[in-house]
Design a binder for this molecule. Structure first.
Ligand code: SF4
Length: 453
């Protein structure tokens, strides 16, 4: 039986220790890690860097084979540190722990506790230890998934779909705004299904209309992740019209072939997807569309793959990720006929990424000469190396000018951690969290650079 966080916290011998976290997986896991650390702190522990910890917690991902392997490797590494006496306890949390608790107990007898996926309390603002920089934050608005995609194990791991109340989300956002946060990222497995359990209708647009007027410092609100079949006209209108909502839509489409969309149980057809993408392009013309596709789904033929390639070449998504289908026990797709050979999957992935590389380069080139609003993240450690390749510095500064600074920043078209960056060259010092206007003078495959205007 999986130990719950409650009985874990009751273990007296963990009291008053130094606790460090290794977070794996997506931003949703990061929010869970923040909540786990918040609970640990409330129980009297001190949260420290993992290298100084007595107790290590690893928050695992169990989504696909690659993520599982990374989680296992990390557990092995931490247990080795425990063996060497550098750690006292190792705790495994998260999706892998939820999914394979018995196997983990059998295989790794030195694990001290296993805590499964975190439950979301819909009425309460979670008390968290912040793991993100102070100027941006993730706000989880719902937990688990409203959908049952045939290839995906997440709904089984996470259980019932739960939305937080609008009131608790609004309170958390007000709190973050008062703390000086500049960007919030609303996250969930499918935030477009927000409210279906609580309010019995797609409620994301209403939530946005409620929270935007409450924000002062927050200038960017980013939506991660949209499920195509749940994107309403009302939501598109709100994204298009509200200045604070980033014109950036992360909407995993997974495929375009009709029979695969159906076997994936995506609730949308080829034509439905084409119409939706066209509508978004039309209503939000300056928008940046990010999507993901899966190659090698059981039954994917050469014809299906060609269809996908043509679609990508036609739509020219600003950002695109590709996964190879991972055969996961317990999913409906596990036993589907027509499993695709690994080599073919890999070749298809490479082919798509190659196409996207060219598109991404063109997308970046389109920013040349434009002025972008950029959120400063951090100084660049070694700007000399950067400027050696190209003259990226503020033209008003000479290479010898010691009053020349280079920073990493992001425009509204780049989400934290997953997308590219904007290198900002400035003759004055800037701080993380500053918004500045940057004229783009250089572009690369995924990034660009410019100077303050
Ligand atoms: S939308 Fe589909 S792929 Fe995404 S988490 Fe939900 S079930 Fe999994």
């Amino acid at each position: 039986m999986i130990k719950t966080t409650k009985n874990f916290n009751q273990e007296r011998n963990f009291q008053g220790q130094r606790v460090g976290m290794v977070n794996l997986g997506c931003a949703r896991n990061l929010v869970d890690s923040q909540t786990i650390l918040g609970k640990m702190r409330r129980s009297g522990h001190r949260v420290v860097d993992i290298n100084e910890a007595d107790i290590a917690i690893v928050n695992t991902c169990g989504f696909i084979a690659q993520a599982k392997q990374e989680s296992i490797d990390t557990i092995v590494e931490l247990l080795e540190l425990k063996k060497q006496g550098k750690l006292k306890k190792v705790i495994v949390a998260g999706c892998l722990a939820q999914r394979y608790s018995e196997e983990l107990r059998t295989e790794f007898k030195d694990i001290d506790a296993i805590i499964g996926a975190q439950k979301l309390d819909r009425d309460i603002i979670p008390e968290q230890v912040t793991l993100t920089p102070r100027h941006f934050a993730y706000v989880k608005i719902c937990e688990s998934c409203y959908n049952r995609c045939s290839f995906c194990i997440i709904p089984k791991i996470k259980g019932k779909f739960v939305s937080r109340t609008m009131e608790s989300i609004a309170q958390e956002i007000q709190k973050l705004d008062a703390q000086g946060v500049k960007e919030i990222n609303l996250i969930g497995q499918d935030i477009t299904a927000y409210g279906m359990d609580l309010y019995h209708e797609y409620s994301l647009a209403k939530l946005l209309k409620k929270v935007i007027p409450l924000t002062k410092n927050i200038q960017w609100i980013r939506l991660l992740y949209a499920f195509p079949a749940h994107v309403t006209d009302e939501l598109i209108e709100v994204i298009a019209s509200e200045e604070k909502i980033c014109k950036y839509i992360d909407m995993p489409l997974q495929h375009i072939s009709d029979h695969l969309l159906s076997s994936m149980n995506r609730g949308i057809s080829t034509q439905g997807t084409i119409d939706l993408v066209e509508k978004m392009r039309h209503k939000i013309p300056q928008g940046s569309l990010r999507t993901t596709f899966i190659v090698g789904m059981p039954g994917e033929t050469d014809q299906d793959f060609s269809e996908l390639k043509s679609f990508i070449e036609k739509v020219r998504f600003e950002k695109l990720g590709v996964f190879v289908y991972s055969r996961e026990e317990g999913t409906a797709a596990y036993d589907m006929p027509g499993q695709v050979a690994e080599k073919i999957k890999k070749n298809r992935l490479d082919e798509l990424m190659q196409i996207q590389q060219g598109i991404s380069k063109d997308v970046q080139e389109n920013f040349l000469g434009q002025t972008l609003k950029v959120l400063i993240e951090e100084p660049v450690e070694n700007p000399v190396i950067l400027s050696a390749a190209k003259d990226l510095r503020d033209p008003s500064a000479t290479p010898q000018d010691d009053k020349s600074f280079t920073y990493l920043g992001r425009s509204e078209f780049d989400a934290p951690d997953v997308d590219g960056v904007v290198y900002v060259h400035s003759s004055r010092e800037l701080a993380a969290g500053d918004f500045v206007n940057v004229k783009i003078t250089e572009t690369y495959e995924y990034d660009c650079a410019g100077h303050l205007v």
